[in-house]
Ligand binder design. Structure first.
Ligand code: SF4
Length: 523
């Protein structure tokens, strides 16, 4: 008989803690105490140490389970772990002669999904590499293994994991002892109890992970991810860093993505909200979303060394605002209040520009001359939503003038078309992008308007396993500010839940490139 989930735990008390957690889950699902006992997955006690683990792994029948979870306690190797912390292994590897043996490494791609679910359940969890050792590790040995990139050590996982043979695998260990509270320390009892409590609490999450393990189809929207304006903005910061060294100040997030911002911070960029946080004479980059003339004037007054990463397509909207205002028009800017791009465009002609967010806002416009109304748009709006507001404007002011060419940029339009194509075939759409990314949020709304549930995720950790219930086809796209690497991480993580058949739906291809500002142009 094939058990869907095989749960391995080396010791009796570890197996008991996990078993209780899995029963808690079955009980919460609605079965009574007795039924929960029968419904919970079987937990196999595999024995202590690598020799028993090897023996047990050799006796596991290949067809007897669909996915494997290995649990138990572990020794923490890095100083900031506490007893009871959960470790989700991204890889398990046998340690030979004090070093991880790459030939034995078993990668665990679904680790970010389990990590995110544990954290949402309120548990303290970290992801990292676990080393399987053949003796208890102490003192300097812990430090040496930490230097090898391991965060925890156990005595069975790498050996047992080899038996998964490509099936979905999770390794979840609870820290029982740490460098500051080693096994010989009296803290052992409390540390061990904390670990067992965590293992029990993690049971329902492990159950959800198992329920999410299925073969699926993945439809990738094309185009997706970085646009030319975002690539240019990132390259500008990189070049200023190369030319002038760190720190380089950047006003606001260079693009609205946490991964991009974090990566540039690691390389010496400092993100500030306003110019008064920038020391005199320091280099400062304006973000892709643009700035108002007041900010430029402030930078000039402070004699700051400015490099402007405003996307040329945002700059085009600024110029249109100036032109219309100069010709005596009231400019209705269709956009979202508080967005940096909107603030910058409004600042070009503040006395002549009014923000309109909805068709209802159009009714409150009070132009001096009803024949002199113009409208512009934020570059990252949903096309259908913006057209609704523009339609209301034209209904009220039939002579209203619009932009010379579309303000909603090519990248926004193309990604919305592509997400519509995958939404039509998918049960669920995932959009990679940060919460403050306007164009990413519009992709979620576009998919939802097409009738498919959609979620914005910053990375694989944000995928709630419950979203995957009954989902056999997932559409995947990424906002213009989300790095392609994040898309790859999401694909890898989903692949850890079972075989993924990936296909792409390309609605158009892009070849646009923008030239760099003269300050950073290669000579
Ligand atoms: S989304 Fe459009 S306007 Fe924004 S940076 Fe990219 S190309 Fe420029």
């Amino acid at each position: 008989m094939t058990d869907p989930l095989l749960v391995c735990a080396p010791l009796r008390f570890e197996a008991r803690a996990v078993r209780r957690g899995l029963r808690d889950s079955a009980r919460a699902a609605g079965s009574g105490r007795r039924a929960a006992r029968a419904a919970a997955p079987a937990v196999l006690r595999t024995g202590y140490g690598p020799a028993r683990a090897a023996d047990r792994a050799a006796r596991l029948e290949a067809g007897s389970f669909r996915m494997m979870a290995i649990t138990g306690t572990a020794a923490g190797l890095v100083p900031d772990l506490n007893p009871g912390d959960l470790i989700v292994a991204t890889e398990v590897v046998a340690v030979r002669d004090g070093r991880p043996d790459p030939a034995t490494a078993v990668p665990i791609p679904s680790a970010p999904l389990l990590l995110g679910e544990l954290r949402r359940a309120g548990l303290t969890a970290r992801a990292g590499r676990i080393g399987t050792v053949d003796h208890l590790v102490r003192g300097a040995e812990r430090e040496a293994l930490a230097r090898e990139g391991l965060i925890a050590a156990d005595m069975e996982s790498a050996t047992l994991a080899a038996a998964a043979q490509g099936r979905p695998l999770a390794v979840l260990r609870a820290i029982s002892d740490t460098p500051g509270r080693p096994l010989v320390h009296p803290g052992l009892v409390s540390g061990g109890l904390a670990a067992l409590r965590s293992l029990r609490a993690a049971g329902p999450v492990l159950d959800r992970w198992a329920a999410a393990c299925e073969a699926r189809a993945l439809l990738l929207a094309g185009p997706r991810s970085f646009c030319a304006g975002v690539e240019r903005a990132i390259e500008i910061v990189e070049r200023v860093l190369q030319q002038q060294g760190s720190p380089v100040y950047v006003r606001k997030q260079i693009v609205h993505n946490t991964h991009v911002v974090h990566d540039l911070e690691q390389r010496g960029a400092i993100f500030v909200d306003e110019l008064d946080e920038v020391p005199d004479g320091a280099p400062v980059v304006f973000s892709a979303h643009g700035v108002s003339p007041a900010v430029r004037a402030d930078a000039a007054r402070r004699e700051l060394s400015v490099v402007d990463a405003t996307c040329p397509l945002v700059a085009k909207v600024h110029k249109e605002a100036v032109r219309f205002a100069g010709d005596g028009y009231l400019v209705a800017l269709i956009g979202h209040n508080g967005h940096e791009e909107v603030e910058g465009t409004l600042g070009e002609a503040p006395g002549s520009t009014v923000l309109v967010e909805t068709p209802e806002d159009v009714a409150s416009l009070q132009p001096r001359d009803e024949g002199k109304v113009a409208f512009l748009m934020q570059t990252t709006l949903a096309a259908d939503e913006a057209e609704g507001v523009a339609g209301a404007l034209l209904d009220r002011f039939p002579a209203a003038r619009g932009p010379g060419s579309d303000d909603i940029c090519y990248a926004t339009t193309n990604r919305q078309q592509a997400v519509r194509a995958v939404a039509a075939e998918a049960d669920l759409v995932l959009v990679a992008g940060s919460a403050n990314s306007s164009n990413s949020r519009r992709l979620v709304e576009t998919a939802e308007r097409a009738g498919t549930p959609a979620h914005l995720i910053d990375g694989p950790e944000d995928i709630q396993l419950g979203w995957l219930d009954g989902v056999s086809t997932i559409g995947l796209t990424a906002g213009a500010s989300a790095p392609p690497a994040v898309v790859s991480e999401i694909i890898d993580a989903l692949g850890g839940l079972g075989p993924v058949e990936a296909d792409e739906r390309v609605t158009t291809t892009e070849s646009i490139r923008f030239s760099l500002p003269k300050e950073v142009r290669p000579t």
